[in-house]
Write a protein of this length. Structure first.
Length: 93
């Protein structure tokens, strides 16, 4: 059993309260669709293709890394060319 003075302090003990922070879920890595991750957010390949096509990414091979926020389905795309594209809140639904 840990000594009381060595126990970790929790945010609640410090009267700090934090809201849930949405997590980015990788849906494309080096041009490959991450099907398991799409399933986690209850989306499919057709939805992903449509969302990326609307944003000007018709080919998965052009995408180095793409994520979808689990809370609002906002999409971020990295093309490996130093360009990161993010859609605004709610546009990924």
């Amino acid at each position: 059993m840990k000594k009381q003075e060595a126990a970790a302090v929790t945010p609640k003990q410090l009267n700090l309260f934090s809201d849930y922070k949405e997590l980015p879920i990788a849906v494309v890595i080096e041009g490959k669709i991450q099907y398991k991750n799409l399933k986690l957010i209850h989306k499919d390949e057709q939805w992903l293709k449509q969302q990326l096509n609307v944003r000007g990414y018709p080919q998965f091979s052009d995408i180095f890394y793409a994520t979808v926020r689990d809370s609002d389905h906002a999409i971020s795309v990295d093309t490996r060319k130093g360009y990161l594209s993010r859609c605004t809140y709610g546009q990924g639904r």
